[in-house]
Write a protein that binds this ligand. Structure first.
Ligand SMILES: [Zn+2]
Length: 256
């Protein structure tokens, strides 16, 4: 998923960036906005900004919540959050242990206790895991009641039924469809294991234990939010009491 770079400006406008919270200029030198429509102040791309806009508007006060981010490639959340942690997957490192200063976790079988986080963030992760059903169930387990998984995934309009593209058989990758790779944080290729389509929310809802999936869709260039497959999804863990409660920003949160 990489557009042709021409060097010419395809799109440029001024606005306010939800990631760096500054007046800025948004610019793209490609018609593929998803990876190229950047904030000139912080280099964020549209999905980063849309996710932050959803945090700001749907989860006011998120900066003080206990947040975990799986495989983040930027510090847009970390720079404003007071209780933030992250983890990455390293195939040969024991889950729960540290590697090069970063906690390693397998999102399909995490070592965190139940009811640990208020917000769990994944950006373009679920199309690269072999068992997204297990990942979603795990995220629901580690969220506190009333907490939320806020995430991005490319949902493709021309696919009616989400489909698995590759699976693990005795530890070996078996390709079901022609292999596709997205550019990973380290510059390498990250294998696409699932392609998601029209039924995405239904599937995720089922995996989360019949919890509704919210879909946020927006096109607002004044916030740099315009791109293909730029939806932000949220799944709220049912609030059975004792968990986090989200209040409108104008009300002073009393639990911190
Ligand atoms: Zn910015």
């Amino acid at each position: 998923m990489d557009g042709g770079m021409t060097g010419a400006v395809y799109l440029e406008n001024k606005g306010f960036c939800p990631c760096c919270r500054k007046e800025t200029t948004f610019r793209s030198e490609s018609d593929w906005l998803r990876d190229n429509y950047i904030c000139l102040q912080c280099n964020s791309i549209p999905r980063n900004r849309h996710l932050h806009y959803v945090l700001d508007t749907k989860f006011p006060g998120w900066e003080k919540a206990k947040i975990h981010e799986c495989s983040p490639v930027n510090d847009f959340t970390a720079r404003f959050a007071s209780h933030w942690s992250r983890s990455v997957f390293e195939p040969n490192v024991r889950p729960g242990s540290m590697h090069n200063g970063v906690r390693c976790e397998n999102i399909e079988a995490m070592t965190f206790a139940d009811n640990t986080f208020d917000i769990f963030i994944t950006e373009d992760v679920l199309e690269h895991v072999f068992h997204p059903d297990k990942a979603i169930a795990e995220i629901m387990r580690v969220l506190r009641p009333g907490g939320a998984h806020v995430f991005t995934v490319p949902k493709q309009k021309w696919i009616t039924h989400s489909r698995q593209c590759a699976k693990l058989v005795d530890g070996e990758i078996e390709h079901i469809l022609e292999p596709q790779y997205h550019i990973a944080a380290n510059g390498g290729g990250s294998l696409v294991t699932w392609e998601y389509g029209y039924d995405f929310e239904l599937l995720l809802s089922e995996w989360a234990g019949n919890v509704p999936v919210e879909t946020h869709r927006m096109l607002d260039r004044s916030k740099g939010i315009d791109a293909e497959f730029n939806e932000v999804f949220a799944i709220r863990k049912p609030d059975t009491g004792g968990g986090h409660r989200w209040l409108p920003r104008k009300l002073k949160p009393f639990w911190f």
